[in-house]
Design a protein around this ligand. Structure first.
Ligand SMILES: [Zn+2]
Length: 264
């Protein structure tokens, strides 16, 4: 039995040169699910948006019984994880992430932008898969093999190795640019931040911070205090320079964005 497989070009990242942009034959010496077939060629199931065997839409568990043509397409961004799809009929109830150790800086940036992100450099691969399944979290990783685990239904193999490019990639892929909420989450423990009066946190602040800032947020868990300091300004500036059209709002009208954040 043979499967004549072709991947769409948005999956080229995972393929060898000779597999890109063409149909190629796979000799099957045993029965295997479509998931196993595509993953044997390097593409994790989490990156796939649609699969057709002999023009019929199939899910990951389907086991081809005879020779045929298999067409595999990537997920078209923005990927709305809150809506049911053929391959993922049970959507997520909320947008939540778990970040692998190889994208820890991305995880911290996602937290600063207010996205619920479980981050720890001590998570092992099996732990990340368990957390993803148990807490219904999207896995962010640069480890392609991790995303082939069955327990992981939603995930993204981060392409870039630069944290701000990774952030742009994540925001664009999952369509999150309108969901950014600064200072709503602790970048250390992922707990929701609470607004604090200056007087209540005064003792925890450096003199310069006491002088120049007036709005503060505190983590109820680790007690760390957040304010719109230089780190915040750097992120806003970086968001404003991102090239993708979804960030043009930031580029056109940064003041409006500042005031929107002020309203938090
Ligand atoms: Zn905290």
């Amino acid at each position: 039995m043979r499967i004549y497989i072709r991947f769409s070009e948005d999956l080229d990242f995972f393929l060898k040169k000779e597999q890109q942009g063409r149909r190629f034959a796979l000799d099957m010496d045993r029965k295997a699910s479509v998931k196993d077939i595509i993953e044997s060629q390097g593409v994790p199931h989490t990156e796939v948006g649609r699969m057709e065997l002999e023009k019929q839409t199939r899910d990951f568990a389907f086991i081809p019984g005879r020779t045929g043509a298999l067409d595999v397409s990537g997920i078209k961004p923005p990927f709305d994880v809150l809506k049911p799809g053929f391959l993922r009929p049970r959507p997520l109830a909320r947008i939540r992430f778990v970040a692998d150790v190889n994208v820890m800086k991305l995880g911290k940036l996602m937290l600063l932008l207010g996205f619920d992100t479980a981050c720890s450099s001590s998570f092992s691969d099996p732990e990340i898969a368990d957390i993803s399944e148990r807490e219904k979290r999207i896995v962010l990783t640069r480890d392609t093999g991790l995303l082939k685990r069955k327990k992981i239904e939603f995930g993204r193999r981060i392409r870039s190795n630069l944290p701000y490019e990774q952030l742009e990639e994540t925001l664009v892929f999952f369509g999150l640019s309108g969901k950014i909420r600064f200072f709503t989450r602790c970048s250390h423990c992922n707990k929701s931040l609470e607004p604090r009066d200056k007087a209540d946190v005064m003792a925890l602040l450096e003199p310069k911070t006491q002088k120049y800032f007036s709005r503060f947020f505190q983590c109820p868990e680790c007690k760390k205090v957040f304010w719109k300091g230089s780190h915040y300004a750097k992120i806003v500036r970086k968001l404003g320079t991102m090239e993708h059209p979804v960030f043009q709002e930031w580029q056109r009208n940064p003041d409006q964005n500042f005031s929107r954040i002020e309203d938090l």
